[in-house]
Write a protein that binds this ligand. Structure first.
Ligand code: GLY
Length: 354
């Protein structure tokens, strides 16, 4: 069995992200302390027979965004009550970003907070959702509007799971990888550009490297600002547009990371129009990389590839409910250059939404 790679997230207390093939099977010691499992039902069929998971009391969630509702949260909390778990409990959340968001939020709320271990099985959850302690459910008014910051005690990213993902799920993760490269800067961007074929074909070593690099970036940002007072806002690059896109399309219709990729394209366009962009070549470079990775480079490409109309007025209405809005006016993270982002930009997005 190959060695797992590790990244430490220096929060208080710190925790380790384990990355590699068969990480679940190799992490029996870390998982031994767990008392219950909350898992995406499809993922449980694939990984539930792992010795560390199969004996645990379990609660299964519907696939994907359907798990991120108040009623699913209530069911998960009732399950924890029925199991009579006490405050020493540790809960495993297994699945994609929806399962880790829901499982993490149930852990944050049960008895006012018990510990949890994130076991992400999608690329998106490995590089973003499972690291950093953001947990949430969606409300009718918008994405992730009810949630909590609750850091996991460990994250176990079993890269074997990458080969089980549909091309849509995998592309969604690549959208967050692209976003992370824009945040991190030249080194990660160049790594992606140099390895496009290996990335789209899910080459095990290259992807373990890409995931570790993304987790390192996220760990650095989260450790500096765990509660998103300021610097952590960089992680929201493309997200104000993406959440509006997901809301306008209907939750679950357009995968989150695909919307994020289009949102990054819109953010680059808005940054250029606002005179913020210092690297004039960046938009074309990101467009080329997006297309090479099979992602939409902008809203027009997203509309074409999904058949969703995404009317500008519906996108604007959705942005008013965004968590980062101030008095109903959305705030944006816009790139000046790779690795250099402007935060809290107040602009009228309308010209960039047609
Ligand atoms: N997904 C953005 C964050 O964790 O802050």
């Amino acid at each position: 069995m190959s060695e797992l790679r590790t990244v430490t997230v220096e929060t208080s207390p710190p925790y380790t992200v384990f990355v590699g093939p068969n990480a679940l099977a190799a992490s029996t010691d870390t998982l031994a302390a767990a008392s219950a499992l909350i898992a995406d039902e499809r993922v449980f069929d694939l990984f539930g027979d792992s010795p560390a998971l199969s004996e645990l009391p379990r609660h299964l969630l519907p696939e994907g965004e359907a798990a991120k509702t108040i009623s699913q949260l209530e069911r998960a909390l009732n399950f924890l009550c029925e199991e009579a778990l006490d405050r020493s409990a540790s809960i495993i959340a297994l699945g994609g970003g929806a399962a880790t968001d829901l499982g993490g939020l149930a852990a944050a709320m049960y008895l006012r907070g018990v510990s949890w271990i994130a076991c992400p099985t999608t690329l998106l959850a490995m590089v973003d959702a499972s690291v950093g302690g953001k947990t949430a459910v969606n409300l009718e008014s918008g994405k992730n509007l009810a949630g909590s910051f609750h850091q996991p005690s460990a994250v176990i990213a079993d890269t074997t799971a990458l080969m089980t993902l549909s091309s849509t799920e995998y592309s969604s993760g690549l959208g967050e990888v692209l976003k992370t490269a824009l945040i991190e800067g030249e080194e990660l961007l160049a790594l992606l550009e140099a390895n496009v074929t290996a990335i789209v074909t899910r080459h095990a070593d290259v992807m373990a490297d890409v995931i570790c690099r993304c987790v390192q970036t996220k760990a650095r940002v989260v450790a500096a600002d765990p509660l998103e007072a300021e610097q952590r806002k960089v992680l929201n690059l493309g997200h104000t547009f993406a959440h509006a896109i997901e809301q306008a399309a209907g939750h679950g219709v357009i995968p989150h990371g695909v919307a994020v990729a289009a949102g990054c394209g819109v953010a680059l366009e808005a940054a250029a129009a606002a005179g913020l962009l210092q690297d004039a070549a960046l938009p074309e470079r990101i467009r080329a990389l997006s297309r090479d990775l099979g992602l939409p480079a902008d809203l027009a490409e997203l509309r074409d590839s999904t058949g969703c109309a995404l009317p500008a007025d519906e996108l604007i209405a959705a942005m008013r409910h965004d968590k980062k809005s101030v008095a109903g006016a959305p705030r944006f993270v816009l790139p000046r250059a790779a690795g250099d982002l402007a935060l809290d930009v107040d602009l009228d997005p309308t010209p960039h939404l047609s």
